[in-house]
Ligand binder design. Structure first.
Ligand code: GTP
Ligand code: MG
Length: 344
């Protein structure tokens, strides 16, 4: 299903490439819930209905919780939990092993060399959440579309050879824009659109629920390498707007981000979220805009980008508080057929 590119934009150049796909998806068989002692098909069905699909989901439960969920005795539940923890080897690992694990990560090009460089050279990364915040029209959604196309490219062309899940909370996903971006890199627009699985989230509960659906799709073998939430905060902000509701909102947002990170880490996929800004009256000097969601969002996102309009219709992107990259900024343009660089 990977798109292959050919400079002439030849239709046939975009074709199925099973060989590469196997390399990405065909990991050695992972232990599953059914492999645990005392966990039969009936228990698996109940667990899946409750949103537990894998060993990690089960390993973090308490025996009482598992026993209630799966309809088994507490002692059987305790044994299953112990077995899952053992199989997953939960605990410490040394720095070298950690480094080895980081080699599994994929990068996804943003479509702009300048932006890719700002993010360490190769765009956004799997097993992390990248946030773009900024005012309306700053380019958050356009960047989302560029990534949704980029993820489908073969690894050697800056993609992750995978599909994209697009959770659209505001109804701003535009297939026409995907077509234009795909044409811009000489890919078959129909095939590119087919690899973007779009869901409209109607409220924050629905937005939460869709994450379970994504976990289910991955379990069924969909090679998803990118999940986009556009926008992360809009529903939460609209639904919890009253005085005294802020703590509730933050708590739910926190839970949501936690689940996002869990899916990203367990399935080696990248998460890109967009976020709005509000003006901060306390800020007397400099830029008075600040991201919605405060520290909860700030801490949960691995990479934060602040987008704003620059000179001559350009967009300025500033990287903030990255764990491994310097704070820096760059410039790019939004054009009909994709994000374009301008000379720095
Ligand atoms: P909100 O969702 O409203 O918060 O904004 P956003 O940050 O998601 O904005 P988005 O990424 O949708 O950017 C919209 C801007 O992209 C427009 O104002 C245009 O400047 C630009 N844009 C969108 N489509 C095109 C296009 O076809 N050609 C060109 N040249 N620019 C476009
Ligand atoms: Mg938008």
């Amino acid at each position: 299903m990977v798109i292959k590119l050919d400079k002439e934009g030849d239709e046939n150049a975009v074709e199925e490439s099973e060989e590469v796909e196997k390399k990405v998806v065909g990991k050695e068989k992972k232990a599953q819930l059914i492999d645990l002692p005392g966990v039969g098909p009936g228990a698996v069905a109940k667990l899946e209905a409750a949103g537990i699909y894998d060993l990690m989901g089960l390993a973090v439960l308490t025996p009482a919780h598992l026993s209630e969920m799966a309809g088994m005795s507490e002692s059987v539940a305790r044994k299953a939990i112990q077995a899952s923890r053992k199989m997953m080897d939960l605990g410490f690992s040394d720095g070298l092993a950690h480094e080895e694990k980081r080699k599994e990560l994929f990068n996804i090009t943003t479509g702009s060399k300048n932006l890719d460089n700002l993010l360490g050279g190769k765009g956004i990364q799997t097993k992390s959440i990248t946030e773009a915040f900024g005012a309306f029209g700053s380019g958050k959604t356009q960047l989302a579309i560029s990534l949704a196309v980029g993820v489908q490219l073969p690894i050697e062309q800056g993609g992750a050879n995978g599909k994209c899940v697009y959770i659209d909370t505001e109804g701003t996903f535009r297939p026409e824009r995907v077509r234009q971006f795909a044409e811009g890199i000489g890919a078959n627009p129909d095939k590119v659109l087919k690899n973007i699985l779009v869901a409209r989230a109607f409220n924050s509960d629905h937005q939460m629920l869709l994450l379970d659906k994504v976990a289910e799709m991955i379990k069924d073998g969909e090679p998803i390498r990118l999940m986009i939430i556009d926008s992360l905060t809009a529903h939460f902000r609209a639904e919890y707007s009253g005085r005294g509701q802020l703590a509730d909102r933050q708590q739910r947002l926190n839970r949501y981000l936690h689940n996002l990170m869990k899916i990203a880490e367990q399935n080696n996929l990248a998460v890109y979220v967009t976020n709005q800004v509000m003006s901060d009256p306390a800020q007397m000097f400099g830029d008075p805009t600040k991201a919605i969601g405060g520290n909860i969002v700030g801490h949960a996102c691995t990479y934060r980008m602040y987008l704003r309009r620059g000179k001559k219709d350009s967009r300025v992107c500033k990287l903030i508080d990255s764990p491994d990259l310097p704070d820096d900024e760059t410039v790019f343009m939004i054009e009909r057929d994709g994000l374009k660089d301008i000379e720095l």
